[in-house]
Each structure stands twice: as structure tokens, then as C-alpha cells.
Write a protein that binds this ligand. Structure first.
Ligand code: 5GP
Ligand code: ZN
Length: 115
């Protein structure tokens, strides 16, 4: 996608602190971290919603999630992590390229979703 910031990061057109890359995804540091450790695992394929996934995409995403879980301890997330995927306006998804937030490196508080 032409204007997608994450596609540009994947192509190397915008710099990012990259922690991991394979043929399916990259893992970068979030530019505005909301926890001591805040990573974004970004599949290389551009799509916005889980609802757009093909069968092939679901296999691809499963592989990404498995890899994330294998890498997490080496990323300072050995105590656990929160795995967040914002979908759509109510969730305040700001980048229309599906991505997984990994938050941790500290004891996380429970968000108050009514605020
Ligand atoms: P969303 O709100 O769509 O779930 O999450 C988008 C995330 O991308 C936000 O946490 C935001 O800080 C992060 N982000 C936005 N632009 C950039 C960027 O150019 N580089 C990096 N590393 N993160 C970004
Ligand atoms: Zn994209």
C-alpha cells in the first residue's frame, strides 16, 4: 500500500528500530512506548482486519504468533507480556495495517476501558 507507514518501514523507506525480521514479519520498537518494553510485530502482508484474512493468511499469522512467543523471553518479556491487536475505530486503530502490540518489561496495570 502506497501511503501505509508500516509498509514503508517494511520496505526500509522509513527507519525503525528493528529487532527481528523473517519472510513473514518484522518486529520493531513502538515509536511511542506505552510500557517499558513495547514492540510491534507486523506481518509483511498489508491488510487491516482479521476479517480480511484468507486461509493462507491465517496460517501465516499463526506462524508469526508462534515466532513471537519463542522470541519474547529474549526481548525482555520473560515475565510475560500483553498481546494487543486494535481493530477499527472503537479500538482506536491508528495504522490500517494489522499489527500486534507486545507490552511488558514491567507489571502492567489493567486498563480502565470506561474512561
Ligand atoms: P494502533 O493504534 O494502530 O494499534 O497502533 C499503532 C502504533 O504504531 C502506535 O502504538 C504508534 O505509536 C506506532 N507507530 C506509529 N507510527 C510509527 C512509526 O513511524 N514508527 C514506529 N516504530 N511506530 C509507529
Ligand atoms: Zn501496510
Amino acid at each position: 500500500m502506497e501511503d501505509c507507514i508500516f509498509c514503508k518501514i517494511i520496505k526500509g523507506e522509513i527507519p525503525a528500530k528493528k529487532f527481528y525480521e523473517d519472510e513473514l514479519m518484522i518486529i520493531i520498537a513502538d515509536i511511542a512506548p506505552k510500557a517499558k518494553k513495547h514492540y510491534l510485530a507486523i506481518p509483511k502482508k498489508h491488510f487491516k482486519f482479521f476479517s480480511e484474512m484468507t486461509e493462507e493468511d491465517s496460517v501465516m499469522l499463526g506462524k508469526c504468533i508462534k515466532k513471537v512467543s519463542e522470541l519474547a523471553p529474549s526481548f525482555g518479556l520473560e515475565g510475560g507480556f500483553r498481546f494487543v491487536v486494535n481493530q477499527g475505530d472503537d479500538a482506536i486503530q491508528t495504522v490500517p495495517h494489522l499489527h500486534m502490540h507486545l507490552l511488558g518489561g514491567q507489571k502492567l496495570s489493567e486498563p480502565d476501558y470506561n474512561k
